[in-house]
Design a binder for this molecule. Sequence first.
Ligand SMILES: NC(=O)c1ccc[n+]([C@@H]2O[C@H](COP(=O)([O-])OP(=O)(O)OC[C@H]3O[C@@H](n4cnc5c(N)ncnc54)[C@H](OP(=O)(O)O)[C@@H]3O)[C@@H](O)[C@H]2O)c1
Length: 243
Amino acid sequence: MKVIVIGGGRSGKAIREALVERGATVKLLSRSTGFDVLLDDAAALFVGADAVVEATGRFTTSRKRATEFFTKSTRAISEAARLAGAKHVLLSIVNCELPEVQGYGYFAGKAAQEHLAHELSADLTTVRSTQWFEFAQQTLERMGAGPVALVPRMLIQPVALSAVAQVIADVAVGQRHSDMINLAGPESMTLSEMVRRVRPTKPLRLPLALPGATWRAISDGALLPTGNVETVGPAFVEWLHKA
Ligand SMILES: NC(=O)c1ccc[n+]([C@@H]2O[C@H](COP(=O)([O-])OP(=O)(O)OC[C@H]3O[C@@H](n4cnc5c(N)ncnc54)[C@H](OP(=O)(O)O)[C@@H]3O)[C@@H](O)[C@H]2O)c1
């Protein structure tokens, strides 16, 4: 079983690990390995692949930039996967398609990406997850400056990335079949609480109450999973103790 993972970030590496545990031959591609999904020919690299996992990301709050990045990535991967006869596994975000969060450009980009993948890919599984436990650290990296970090008010039901990676790997090697899988962790909490537990002393957390209906919705819990969602992985405290 040959699987290609596009995106060398936290998720790409966790997915590679889960695939290797299942005996798959894995190739991880991203700009740091010399492959730019927006510029390079994916078709030649996908020859012989059974599945391609799309885990690319670019952090931006601009709807235009997010939509351009995510749809270009997906167009290239969908088309090349179809030519190679490979399954396409897209990593996405629970509730990113909801109308009340479209005012946040990143979610609008992810929703456009899902829509395009659905249109173009011959054999697609979209695996949506809630925010990962690792999102607390990502927030500190993205929104921190010296001793201070701006932490947006968000009520979420975070999940361990490693548990998400296990499900993605099962799908990629053909142990699970589904068009759409939604994953969440076992309990809800605020992002501020997660950041506090990851870094109890520093930095000083400044709650960021962003204006507008979208952020009101997000701080009130619009990202919390509802309906057909699987609960996977450990509780946050358990995960922290092991980390
Ligand atoms: N963070 C969360 O809590 C969360 C939750 C659910 C879903 N997701 C989704 O999961 C996906 C991955 O997120 P992540 O946090 O793992 O992202 P990340 O750490 O920012 O990694 C994304 C990777 O994409 C690669 N990349 C960016 N532009 C590229 C290009 N033009 N060509 C090839 N590779 C490119 C980058 O590697 P190079 O720099 O080497 O190119 C980067 O390592 C995103 O789509 C995100 O929306 C995230």
